[in-house]
Design a protein around this ligand. Structure first.
Ligand SMILES: [Zn+2]
Length: 129
């Protein structure tokens, strides 16, 4: 991967990281709101659940983005973490935070090998501070 491509992916990753970090810190939606109205409470619970689900998805993505930036810093960006082959530039253009080449990603999706264990959300937020 040449320097121009690397810079391009870095910019994409940093933009994504900024976008996700803002979203993660916006946790007010999850705060438990007290309401005397039972119907409101049901609705609020639903909204809260949705917010938590979004947060979960966002935190997974943010972890991948931060991992990719770390690999960029240590010069291993664009190398598959599983088979250590170069990841195709096209794939990196589409998913700049990917850890795996397409073959290994498919294997990971089928749970053919252990992917790295997930940090909890609290750890993630602590690290983002
Ligand atoms: Zn691979």
């Amino acid at each position: 991967m040449n320097k121009t491509e690397l810079e391009k992916h870095k910019a994409m990753l940093e933009a994504k990281r900024a976008e996700l970090s803002v979203g993660l810190w916006n946790r007010a939606d999850i705060a438990i709101e007290k309401t005397p109205d039972a119907l409101d409470e049901v609705q609020l619970a639903g909204e809260r659940e949705l917010a938590i689900r979004n947060l979960d998805r966002g935190s997974n993505l943010l972890r991948s983005v931060r991992g990719a930036l770390a690999r960029m810093a240590d010069g291993t960006y664009g190398i598959c973490l599983h088979c250590e082959e170069e990841i195709k530039p096209k794939r990196l253009d589409a998913v700049p935070w990917t850890k795996y080449c397409i073959r290994c990603q498919e294997a990971a999706d089928r749970h053919e090998f252990e992917t790295e264990s997930a940090e909890t959300l609290d750890e993630l937020l602590a690290n983002a501070a």
